[in-house]
Design a protein around this ligand. Sequence first.
Ligand SMILES: Cc1cc2nc3c(=O)[nH]c(=O)nc-3n(C[C@H](O)[C@H](O)[C@H](O)COP(=O)(O)OP(=O)(O)OC[C@H]3O[C@@H](n4cnc5c(N)ncnc54)[C@H](O)[C@@H]3O)c2cc1C
Length: 492
Amino acid sequence: MAAEHFDVLIVGAGLSGIGAGYHLQTAAADRSYAILEGREASGGTWDLFRYPGIRSDSDMFTLGYSFKPWTQAKAIADGPSILNYVRETAREHGIEDHIRYGHQVTSASWSTRDATWTVEAMRGGKPVTLTANFLFLCGGYYSYEGGYTPEFPGAERFKGRIVHPQKWPEDLDYAHKQVVVIGSGATAVTLVPEMARTAGHVTMLQRSPTYVVSRPAEDALANRLRNWLPARLAYQIIRWRNVLLSMYFYRATRKHPAQAKQRIVGMVREQLGPDYDVATHFTPSYNPWDQRLCLVPDADLFLALKAGTASVVTDHIEGFTETGIRLKSGKELAADIIVTATGLTLQVMNGISLSVDGAAVDPAKLLAYKGMMYEGVPNLATVFGYTNASWTLKCDLTCEYICRLLNRMTQTGLRQATPRNHDAEMGREPWLSFSSGYVQRAMEKFPKQGSKAPWKLYQNYARDLVSLRYARLDDGVLEFSNPTPKAAKTAA
Ligand SMILES: Cc1cc2nc3c(=O)[nH]c(=O)nc-3n(C[C@H](O)[C@H](O)[C@H](O)COP(=O)(O)OP(=O)(O)OC[C@H]3O[C@@H](n4cnc5c(N)ncnc54)[C@H](O)[C@@H]3O)c2cc1C
């Protein structure tokens, strides 16, 4: 039986895959498409993560889609509200009907002769084959199988519960319990104040400090503007204001790291008062934005620390004991529950094995074109958001670009678009430059970025706006080829 065929196959029904569905049916409406989702539910990250307090750490005016205003009062939103927003988008625009749940894509092979990807997925333990002319990978950037947990000596001796935030047990009762949260990233700073509301005490145990910045959960101007202006206009104004402000602060921080460090640490000191050891617990050794900054809404973390319901310990783990954690300093932390907020396992190409005309593709050897297509790999794009701004900003631009590309291919009758590097001087750099452990552990498996445009990842929305929305498609790097047989005959 012939495999079912679509013009475009999207992998993943999270924020990106549903956004891609919207853009496709709006700007390249003549294309048939399906979304293959490995899980039985949509929403990706916002459905998977169920830990207490789960929320965004960037504002919803930029984490929201360009085409659907975020109209809730909170700009830093909780996970269930974000999930609802994503699913509402899928329902409102009929994208839901295009999602095939329970299809975990495992491999995809490109045939130049047929200008087609053959995509293999597992469905209920059985293989399914589909074909498509274009493959759009929107499956995020980390493994859904499990988060990263380092080996802790003696972990098996611990008599309490050990929990990873990626697999939060529904039945976990932490009221009045002693909790230790290992980590200092976005998840840890979210969990600690939330659990501290009912736990006996929560200790955030970190090896080294992170930059933590407090921002109001609600955006007063946005909420006022919505009363005066139509929702869409108010949304666009606030979205642009936030884009420009975050670009400005990012640039200023990278240009003047010493002042930025002083300012951020100074703000923590203002929150916690002169007696708190900010030097030990909130003063990182690296510069701001060498790793992602952690945002806390309405200073909730600092309030929990001041109230004494939570505390921070900066030390190294020697091992777990039956009753808690022994530290290198000799101190012991008693715990009923240990939460390993130790990060994600990054994954490349959504865990899919790719081949082009029978030759296996090694993602680590690929050079990324505009941060979304790959040298020598035809008709395939990925969505990968910003490290210094909201994911969706880049997602929307990538989707717009892919629609332009598909329309160009329809107009010209050329079935294949392949980035080709002709510059022998092009340097190769890691995909991301963050010094964080979870990034460094994965970078050797990731594609590389080039040393200059259009192969360089600038992490800059304004630059990408020009490059993806307005720049010429035929830039001498993206090669259009492989005419449809009918077009080939006409040309002959
Ligand atoms: C706890 C947490 C908080 C975050 N907060 C923010 C934030 O505030 N701001 C921000 O910009 N970013 C944030 N991020 C990053 C976040 O993941 C993105 O913003 C966004 O949700 C990514 O959407 P996505 O659809 O690309 O990926 P995901 O949300 O990861 O969804 C991917 C979907 O694809 C499916 N999938 C993957 N591989 C396959 C396959 N091979 N076959 C079939 N299906 C597949 C998955 O099952 C999943 O449903 C956060 C991440 C985490 C983990």
